[in-house]
Design a protein around this ligand. Structure first.
Ligand code: PEP
Ligand code: MG
Length: 560
C-alpha cells in the first residue's frame, strides 16, 4: 500500500489518529444447520441478543440526543422497537422449535418483515436498511462477529468507510472523529456535506481507503485531499501548523461578505434544521441561503404535522431577525427518498425521474401544507422569508410554484437552477419568480450527465467544468438576484469566480464561510470578473481552476 493515498479533499483541516473502519456486512447464516436440541435455550439466546441490540441502540440514541441530535435518537429508537417486536420474537421461536439455530432463525424471521415492508410500497428503501441493520447487529452478536456500522472507540479516530449514509452518522461525536475518509462519494455526497457541517476534515473518493488496516495511524489533510499512513511526528506537526496559520488568517476577516473594493456578497449558511443554526451564527452567516427541509421529513411514514413544521421553521427564522432565510420546499426523490412520497413506479434513472418539484406537482396537498406552515412560522417576524422550489425545468413549472406560494401567502417565490434547461432559458423563468438559487451540485450532475452518487465519476462532477460555468452566466444575468447554494460556493477560488459571473450571494455549510469570506475580501470585483472570464475560456475543469487562480493572487496568503 502506498504511503500516501489521494482523493478529493472536501472538508478542510488536518486530523491524525488511528483508523477505525466501518465494518462491512454480516454474512447470511447458512440454511440447513440444526441446533443442539434445546429449543428453549436457543430461543433464550436469540431473545437476549435482540434485547442487547435494542438496549445498545437506545443508549446510542440517548447519546445522540445529548449531543443535540434528536432526529438521530428517533431513528435509533425506532430501530430498538423493531428489535423488541413481539411478532418477530414469535417468528424466531417458531423456527427454533423446528431445530433452526438462533442466528438463522433471526435471519429468516427478519426476512418476513423485510418482504412485508418492500411489498407495502409506501416505505422507502432506508426503512428496509434500518431493519437490515438491526438484523445484522443481532446476528453479529450471536455469531461473535464485529458489530456492523460505525465502530465504538474510546479514543479519537479517523473513520474510514466505503461511503457513509446519514443514519451511520447520526451518533457520531465530532470530538471523537478526527477525520473522515471514504472510498466512494464525491464532493457533493452525504459524507462531504456532513463532514463540512460537523467541521471535520474529510477526503472522499480515495481508491484503496478501505484496505488500510484498522489501527493504522494516518494523517488526513482535507484541504490537500491526502491520507498519509504512519506519518512522522514532524509531518503531523508541520501539517497542523499550516492549518493553524490558515485558521488565524481567517480570524482576521470578519463581518459581512464583500470583495476588497466593497462589492457586497451576502454570505449565507446551508442548514438542515434548527440544530445547524448555532454553527451558522458562530461562523458569521448573514442568514440562510438553503434550508433543506427534507431532513424534517426523513424516516417518517407520514408527513410531520403543520404545527411541527411551523415550529421547526420558526426556530430557524427567529435566529436571523435582520437577515434573510431561504427555505427550499421538500426535495424528495432520487438521492433523497422519502417514505410517504414513494416514486410512482420503478424508475430506471431516479435522478432523471419524479423528484423535487415534479414530485410536489403530483402531491399539491403536501406542498400546500408546507407553504402554509412556512407562512405561519414567519408571521410577526422581521426576517425576510424566501421560499424556493428544487428541480425546476421551465417557466410553466416556475409559474405553477409561484402561484402556489402566493395562494399560501408567501410573497417572494424563487426557484433553484439545477437543470440545464432552466439555466439556458433563465430569462423565461425570471419573468415568473423573484430570485434564483443555483444548485451547482445538481446542475453539474445534469450538465455532465454524471450521477452525483457514483464516486468513479468524481472528475465529471466538478463544478469547475467550463460547461457548468457557461450555464451559471445566463442564470446570473437574467435580471433577478441569483445566489449559489451548491457546494461550489464553498470553494474559495470558485466563489470568487461565481461572483465574477454575476452571482449575488453565496450559501454553504457554515464551517466553509470564513475561508470564502477571506478569499473574497482579498480580491476586487474586477479581479473576480477576470478570473471568471479566464475560467470560461479554458477547455477543461483543471485548466479553468488554474486560469482563475492566476487572477486571484490573494489565495496564496490563505495557504490555498
Ligand atoms: C444542489 O443541487 O446544488 C443543491 C444545493 O441541492 P442538494 O444538494 O440538496 O440537491
Ligand atoms: Mg439539488
Amino acid at each position: 500500500m502506498p504511503d500516501v493515498l489521494r482523493g478529493a479533499g472536501v472538508s478542510p483541516g488536518v486530523g491524525a489518529g488511528p483508523v477505525r473502519r466501518v465494518a462491512g456486512g454480516v454474512p447470511e447464516p447458512p440454511a440447513g444447520d440444526r441446533h443442539g436440541g434445546d429449543a428453549a435455550a436457543e430461543h433464550g439466546t436469540a431473545l437476549a441478543a435482540l434485547e442487547a441490540v435494542a438496549a445498545d441502540l437506545e443508549e446510542r440514541g440517548e447519546r445522540a440526543a445529548l449531543a443535540g441530535n434528536r432526529d438521530g435518537r428517533d431513528v435509533l429508537n425506532a430501530q430498538a422497537l423493531m428489535a423488541r417486536d413481539p411478532g418477530l420474537a414469535g417468528g424466531v421461536r417458531a423456527r427454533v422449535e423446528e431445530g433452526v439455530p438462533a442466528a438463522r432463525a433471526v435471519f429468516e424471521a427478519f426476512g418476513v418483515y423485510r418482504e412485508m415492508l418492500a411489498g407495502a410500497g409506501e416505505y422507502m428503501a432506508a426503512r428496509v436498511s434500518d431493519l437490515d441493520d438491526v438484523r445484522d447487529r443481532a446476528i453479529a452478536r450471536l455469531l461473535g462477529l464485529p458489530m456492523p456500522g460505525v465502530p465504538e472507540s474510546d479514543e479519537p479516530f479517523v473513520l474510514v468507510a466505503r461511503d457513509l449514509a446519514p443514519a451511520d452518522t447520526a451518533v457520531l461525536d465530532p470530538a471523537r472523529v478526527v477525520a473522515f475518509v471514504t472510498e466512494e462519494g464525491g464532493p457533493t455526497s452525504h459524507t462531504a456535506i456532513i463532514a463540512r457541517t460537523m467541521g471535520v476534515p474529510a477526503v472522499v473518493a480515495v481508491p484503496g481507503a478501505t484496505a488500510i488496516p484498522d489501527g493504522t495511524r494516518v494523517l488526513v489533510d482535507g484541504t490537500a485531499g491526502t491520507v498519509r499512513s504512519e506519518p512522522s511526528e514532524e509531518e503531523v506537526t508541520v501539517a497542523r501548523a499550516a492549518a493553524a496559520a490558515r485558521a488565524s488568517a481567517l480570524e482576521e476577516t470578519t463581518g459581512p461578505g464583500a470583495t476588497r473594493d466593497g462589492h457586497a456578497v451576502p454570505l449565507l449558511a446551508n442548514v438542515g434544521g434548527p440544530q445547524d443554526v448555532e454553527a451558522a451564527l458562530v461562523h458569521g452567516a448573514e442568514g440562510v441561503g438553503l434550508y433543506r427541509t427534507e431532513f424534517l421529513f426523513l424516516d417518517r411514514a407520514a408527513p410531520p404535522s403543520g404545527e411541527e413544521q411551523e415550529e421547526a421553521y420558526r426556530k430557524v427564522l427567529e435566529a436571523f431577525p435582520a437577515g434573510r432565510v431561504v427555505v427550499r420546499v421538500l426535495d424528495a426523490g432520487a438521492d433523497k427518498p422519502l417514505a410517504f412520497l414513494p416514486a410512482p413506479g420503478e424508475e430506471p434513472n431516479p435522478a432523471l425521474g419524479e423528484r423535487g418539484l415534479r414530485m410536489l406537482r403530483r402531491h399539491p396537498d403536501v406542498l400546500a401544507a408546507q407553504l402554509t406552515a412556512l407562512a405561519r412560522a414567519a408571521s410577526g417576524l422581521t426576517v425576510k422569508l424566501r421560499v424556493m422550489a428544487p428541480m425546476v425545468t421551465d417557466a410553466v413549472e416556475a409559474a405553477w410554484f409561484a402561484r402556489a406560494c402566493r395562494e399560501a401567502g408567501i410573497e417572494h417565490p424563487g426557484v433553484m437552477v439545477e437543470v440545464p434547461a432552466a439555466a439556458l432559458r433563465a430569462r423565461d423563468l425570471a419573468a415568473e419568480v423573484e430570485f434564483f438559487s443555483i444548485g451547482t451540485n445538481d446542475l453539474t450532475q445534469y450538465t455532465c450527465a454524471a450521477d452525483r452518487q457514483v464516486g468513479a465519476l468524481a472528475s465529471l462532477q466538478d463544478p469547475w467544468q467550463p460547461a457548468v460555468l457557461d450555464l451559471v452566466a445566463p442564470a446570473a444575468g437574467a435580471g433577478v438576484p441569483c445566489g449559489v447554494c451548491g457546494e461550489a460556493a464553498a470553494d474559495p477560488a470558485l466563489a470568487c469566480v461565481l461572483v465574477g459571473l454575476g452571482v449575488t450571494s453565496l450559501s454553504m455549510s457554515a464551517p466553509s464561510l470564513p475561508l470564502v469570506r477571506a478569499a473574497l475580501a482579498r480580491h476586487t470585483l474586477a479581479e473576480c470578473r477576470r478570473a471568471a472570464a479566464a475560467a470560461r475560456e479554458a477547455r477543461t475543469a483543471g485548466r479553468a481552476r488554474e486560469a482563475a487562480r492566476a487572477h486571484l493572487p490573494g489565495l496564496a496568503a490563505l495557504g490555498l
